[in-house]
Design a protein around this ligand. Structure first.
Ligand code: 5AD
Length: 456
């Protein structure tokens, strides 16, 4: 189809045009974008390579920090120019920033056809049709109430999503923790779990169509299972249930909340062969006063107890974390405590962020740390952690690992890449036909991003 021509064909099975989804943010957003793509395909649209030629452009936005919000506004600026030569292009905005700043998005970008909230992904096909036919601006924003019936309030999902080696599966939506820096409870609503049977059904279908690795998604994924109509289902039981589905070789989950790491979960990781030996446990800060101001419900020592339990049970488990520097009022002593915590826990990897005030959150009202100080601290933290990461990777040299082969490496397409069970990226030479296979490799060289390996 010629770029720019307006798709009007109604018949299913006929290509009506093309779509482009631009995604920022977390795995939950990536997964939502996959769902959006499936809905648009159902309407008869196929993926476009760039937004420039697409008939429908969807932005799936992120509000966790200011930077992804700025990127979305600048992307909208580019679309404004494209719209001048192709006014028939349909533009929709979804995700956390849509949920929070719908009116501002529309005011600054009057050409936007619709804005849709985080819980209304399933209304996108209807909004696209409406835009194609009437081009009337539509806004669908809704959030579940703070209390009340929970399990009914689960987004519909399109389960026709086969053919992926690795798939994300949401098991829980929203968050009830209310950390003082975090916007997620406002953008994604209260914590609610998907009924177990729906999750099992989705994973079963994925496995039948070739998925070998499933990553379970939730804001505090290991608190899964509260308020279900079927009664409480502990996260550890869900892991055991899913691991038994034929074809599933590997199970992961992001992100657990440290305090909810109970013994039964640790046992499940140790006992169930399909559950990968990796935990991403966001520590956020290494000082109890800071943790308290962040409203994190643990101390550095109680976090340390979980780390010890995990490592006692599985000495080779991979542990990664998230850290925020420059949280309001962070003193130099508190920051030094975070550095010490990194030395104490020796994480295998860490995502490190400069605090970004989110309007409407309690921390945004507190006394801020200057940008210069935050930047210097982030640099220092990264220096300390990068050294630890490299040392941890060095310790792996000569050891053997099971790797699930993703296919050609993105860094070096002449080599293959995959992940170990402790979630280290590995590069190696091999035949492209190994894609999707589990292979055993020996680690030969450490890098800051993972390991090089060779077949044995
Ligand atoms: N500023 C900086 N980082 C943040 N995160 C969440 N909110 C903020 C914020 N306001 C980080 C946390 C979280 C990760 C997904 O993003 O470390 O674990």
């Amino acid at each position: 189809m010629r770029p720019g021509s307006l798709p009007t064909l109604e018949r299913r099975g006929t290509v009506r045009g093309t779509y482009f989804v631009q995604t920022w943010g977390c795995q939950m957003n990536e997964e939502d974008s996959e769902q959006i793509g499936l809905y648009l395909q159902d309407l008869g649209f196929v993926p476009a390579q760039t937004p420039r030629e697409a008939h429908i452009v969807l932005l799936n936005t992120c509000s966790v920090r200011k930077k992804p919000e700025d990127k979305a506004f600048s992307f909208l600026g580019e679309l404004r120019e494209i719209k001048q030569s192709r006014p028939e292009m349909v533009v929709g905005v979804a995700g956390c920033m849509a949920q929070l700043r719908a009116d501002e998005i529309k005011r600054r970008n009057p050409f936007v056809d619709f804005v849709v909230g985080t819980a209304q992904i399933a209304s996108i096909p209807g909004l696209v049709e409406e835009a194609l036919q009437t081009r009337k601006f539509a806004k669908r924003i809704d959030l579940p109430p703070r209390t009340g019936a929970i399990v009914t309030d689960i987004p519909q999902r399109n389960l026709e999503r086969g053919g992926k080696l690795k798939a994300f599966v949401p098991i829980q939506y929203g968050c009830d923790k209310f950390c003082s820096f975090c916007i997620v409870p406002t953008t994604r609503g209260r914590e609610r779990s998907r009924p177990t049977e729906h999750i099992v059904e989705e994973v079963r279908r994925l496995a039948e169509l070739g998925t070998k690795e499933v990553t379970l998604l939730g804001q505090t994924v290991n608190s899964y299972g509260k308020n279900l109509a079927e009664g409480r289902v502990p996260f550890s039981s869900l892991l055991r249930l899913l691991a038994g589905i034929p074809g599933i070789e590997r199970l992961r989950y992001v992100s657990p909340y440290p305090r909810d790491f109970k013994t039964d979960v640790i046992e499940a990781i140790r006992e169930v062969p399909e559950v990968m030996e990796h935990c991403h446990m966001p520590l956020q800060a290494g000082d109890d006063g800071l943790l308290k101001r962040m409203k994190r419900l643990y101390t550095v020592d109680s976090f340390g107890d979980i780390v010890s339990d995990l490592r006692k049970s599985m000495p080779d488990i991979g542990l990664t974390t998230d850290i925020i520097v420059g949280f309001p009022g962070e003193t130099d002593t508190e920051f030094q405590a975070t550095l010490s915590a990194m030395e104490r826990f020796r994480f295998d990897g860490a995502y490190m962020f400069k605090y970004s005030p989110r309007p409407g959150t309690p921390a945004a009202e507190m006394e801020q740390v200057s940008r210069e100080v935050s930047e210097a601290r982030l640099k220092e933290l990264m220096r300390v952690q990068d050294k630890i990461t490299l040392e941890k990777n060095e310790e792996q040299i000569g050891r053997e690992f099971e790797v699930l082969v993703d296919g050609p490496s993105r860094r070096d397409p002449t080599r293959l890449q995959g992940y170990t069970r402790c979630f280290r990226m590995m590069h190696f030479e091999g035949d492209a036909g190994l894609k999707g296979q589990l292979v055993i490799l020996r680690a030969t060289e450490p890098h800051h991003w993972g390991l090089s390996g060779e077949s044995i």
